[in-house]
Design a protein around this ligand. Sequence first.
Ligand code: P1T
Length: 381
Amino acid sequence: MTRRRFETRAIHDGQDPDPTTGAVVPPIYQTSTFQQSAPAEHKGYEYARTGNPTRTALEACLASLEEGQFGLAFASGMAAITATAYLLSPGDHAVLPDDVYGGTYRLFVRVLERYGIASSFVDMTDLTRVEAALTPKTRMVLTETPTNPYLKILDIAAISELAHARDALVVVDNTFASPYFQRPLSLGADLVVHSTTKYLGGHSDVVGGAVVINSKDIYQTLKFYQNAAGAVPSPFDCWLVLRGVRTLGIRMDRHAANAIAVAESLRDNPAVTRVFYPGFPEHPGHDIARKQMSGFGGMVSFVVRGGLESARRVASSTKIFILGESLGGVESLLDHPASMTHASLAGSSLQVDGGLIRLSVGIEHVHDLVDDLHQALAKVR
Ligand code: P1T
């Protein structure tokens, strides 16, 4: 039988009707512990930090969508990235993009450095810089593509080849593309991480994270860390993400269609000096995006003429785009990275432009979204 398609797997994988009751939707197993018939004899579950059937359903579904063997769910995207970082030991070195989510930067610089793990941040669109950053101590290359917030496109296959030649693991944060548009494991990555808070959950009502892996060894190590460190999601949070995942495909199609229309209209606005969208043929990563993604996603970033003050004015003037951190929900969100999501980069060499605005384009009617942005931009003309 041919492999079921993405949309079918999103609705069915890991989600067989409940064997006890026939419930079509996986139940929320709101229990902290499970009865044992004799000491250490049980039906696969003993204590809910170690495992819970609602979490198992989500983990199986996410593994299937990423075309991986194993999934692990966490309490947040940062918990998933932290568990992945436990694969590193003191003395090891990691390479990350210079344009990375501020929380990931903060974890590597402010936390992991204290444990003897060094990291370098490089412009990974330039493969010679990736190669130059790899040292005999490099054990991990953690990438994000499209990057947050400049939407740079990084060549997953080429970076994987360089990293693997030095025995470094490749981790791809696939939060922005979602598995609907991009499957890094099939391009050579070893691990995929997600903030399920974003497109996978899709409704801005849950915080969560996930890791998907093909290697059984790495899976078993991370599963041990998941239980040992304990940053697990609640059954209800797993259920919410799973409910979101079922509509991922249709939401992503609409996010991407709205994003290209918004990006095009911004390009024509005199108050905007630059628009970043990987779907534009002139975007430097467009050809790689066409090769490794099946759609360009729902994120658009742009620079407002007049810099920081103008950007802050625009950010406070939209009526439909909600000024807030996060992304990937059905509602449109607007972020001023320099003072919000990427404020933890302040003072580092990785600062983002004060005039930059990042949009998570939602699935409202596109004309309303375009009108809203142009009325806000009119305030700085
Ligand atoms: O917020 P949390 O679920 O812990 O996920 C962290 C994270 C990881 N990776 C990427 C690419 C992310 O964008 C995030 C969270 N990002 C935001 C909150 C934001 O607004 O960019």
